[in-house]
Design a protein around this ligand. Structure first.
Ligand code: NAD
Length: 348
C-alpha cells in the first residue's frame, strides 16, 4: 500500500510517516517545507526504500496532479496546513490559502486521479482535522465534543479547518470520493515546533525565563501523545467507514495552569534547578476569543475500531521533556524561524 502524506515534514505528519514506514507501508511525503517543517523529523526513514519525498505546495494543482500520476497512491493522508492559532490571528491569509484552497486543490487532484483509475472503492482520502472546529465547551465535565456536535469555529485557524472539513464531506456526497475524517485534540511530543505551548515552556524554563500563561490559566485542553495520534490515524485509514468522521482524544483534560505546573514538576526532577520551575509562571493578557474548554468524546473510535490512547499524560510529558533535553541540536536553530522563539503559544 502506498500512502501520499501531505505535511509529512511537520510535527504530526512526520510521526505518521515514521510509524507507517516502520509498519512496512510505502509513503510519499509531500511537503512545501514552510517555517514549521524540518526534514530532520523524517531523517530516521529517509533512506528507506519505502520512503519518497516530494517538495511541493498543495496550492499548486499541476504539481499535485504530477505527483498522483508519478506515485499512484492507494490513499492520501492530508495533514498539510498552517497550524498555529496565534499566527492565524495576526495574519489569516496563509490559513485561507493553504487550509481551504489547498484542500480544495488536493480534493480535485485526488478526484481526477481516482476517476482516471476507474473509481476504485478501496481508495481513501483521509482528512486530518482538529477538535477546534466545534468551538468552546462549558465547564461541565459531562459535556464533550461528539462527532454530531455542531460546528462553531471561533478563530481564523479553526474556521479554515472547518471549511476544509465541509469541502471534504461535500466531495464525498457530491462526487462519491471515498473519504474519512478525523478531529483530534491537542497533540504533544517529540519534534513539536518550539513556538507551541509545551516545547515553548520547556525551552523558556531551561533558560530561566518567565513562563507566560494566558489569562488566569483556567482554559481546559485535552492532550494526546503524538505517537498515539499517528496510530489512531493509521487505524482510521485502514479500518474506518467511508464518509464517516472519528473524534480522537487523549482523555486527559487539564487546565493550562495544571499542564504547565505538571511540566515544571517533570523538569524539577529531570533537570533540577536552584528554584522550582513553577516559580517562573506568570499570567499574561488573554488571547482574543480564547476558547474556554475543549474535551473529546472518543467512544466512536474506541467502540467501532478498538483504538484507545496508550500513553498517559504523565508518561508522555516525561518522554517529551527528556526528548527536548536530549535534542537541543534539533530545536535551537528553529527558534530563529519567523520569530518562533518570541511567540507565546497555547495551542499546539
Ligand atoms: P505543523 O505546522 O507542524 O506541520 C504542517 C506541515 O504542513 C509542515 O510540514 C508544513 O511545511 C506543511 N505545509 C504547510 N503549508 C503547506 C502547503 N501549502 N503545501 C504543502 N505543505 C504545507 O502542523 P501539525 O501540528 O503537525 O498539524 C498537522 C495537521 O494536523 C494539521 O492539518 C492540523 O490542523 C491537524 N491537527 C493538529 C493538531 C495539533 O495539536 N497539532 C491537533 C489536531 C489536528
Amino acid at each position: 500500500m502506498t500512502i501520499l502524506v501531505t505535511g509529512g515534514a511537520g510535527f504530526i505528519g512526520s510521526a505518521v510517516v515514521r510509524l507507517a514506514v516502520s509498519r512496512g507501508l510505502s509513503v510519499v511525503n509531500l511537503d512545501a517545507l514552510t517555517y514549521a517543517a524540518s526534514l530532520e523529523n523524517v531523517a530516521s526513514v529517509a533512506t528507506s526504500p519505502l520512503y519518497a519525498f516530494e517538495h511541493a505546495d498543495i496550492r499548486d494543482r499541476a504539481a499535485l496532479e504530477r505527483i498522483f500520476n508519478a506515485h499512484q497512491p492507494d490513499a492520501v493522508m492530508h495533514l498539510a496546513a498552517e497550524s498555529h492559532v496565534d499566527r492565524s490571528i495576526d495574519g489569516p491569509a496563509d490559513f485561507i490559502e493553504t487550509n481551504i484552497n489547498g484542500t480544495f486543490n488536493l480534493l480535485e487532484a485526488a478526484r481526477k486521479y481516482w476517476a482516471g483509475k476507474g473509481r476504485p472503492e478501496a481508495f481513501r482520502v483521509h482528512h486530518i482535522s482538529t477538535d477546534e472546529v466545534y468551538g468552546s465547551l462549558p465547564a461541565d465535565p459531562s459535556v464533550k465534543f461528539t462527532e454530531e456536535t455542531r460546528y462553531d469555529p471561533r478563530s481564523p485557524y479553526s474556521a479554515s479547518k472547518a471549511a476544509a472539513d465541509h469541502l471534504v464531506r461535500a466531495w464525498h456526497e457530491t462526487y462519491g470520493l471515498p473519504v474519512v475524517l478525523t478531529n483530534c485534540s491537542n497533540n504533544y511530543g517529540p519534534y513539536h515546533f518550539p513556538e507551541k505551548l509545551i516545547p515553548l515552556m520547556i525551552i523558556k524554563a531551561l533558560a530561566g525565563e518567565t513562563l507566560p500563561v494566558y489569562g488566569d490559566g483556567s482554559n481546559v485542553r485535552d492532550w494526546l501523545y503524538v505517537e498515539d495520534h499517528a496510530d489512531a490515524l493509521l487505524t482510521v485509514l485502514q479500518a474506518g467507514a467511508v464518509g464517516r468522521a472519528y473524534n480522537i482524544g487523549g482523555n486527559s483534560e487539564r487546565t493550562n495552569l495544571e499542564l504547565v505546573t505538571a511540566l515544571c514538576a517533570v523538569l524539577d526532577e529531570l533537570r533540577p534547578s536552584t528554584q522550582p520551575y513553577a516559580s517562573l509562571i506568570r499570567f499574561v493578557e488573554d488571547r482574543p476569543g480564547h476558547d474556554a474548554r475543549y474535551a473529546i468524546d472518543a467512544s466512536r473510535i474506541a467502540g467501532e475500531l478498538g483504538w484507545r490512547p496508550s500513553v498517559t499524560l504523565e508518561e508522555g510529558l516525561r518522554r517529551t521533556v527528556q526528548w527536548y533535553l536530549d535534542n537541543e541540536r534539533w530545536w535551537r536553530p528553529l527558534l530563529a524561524r519567523k520569530g518562533a522563539g518570541d511567540r507565546l503559544g497555547t495551542k499546539v
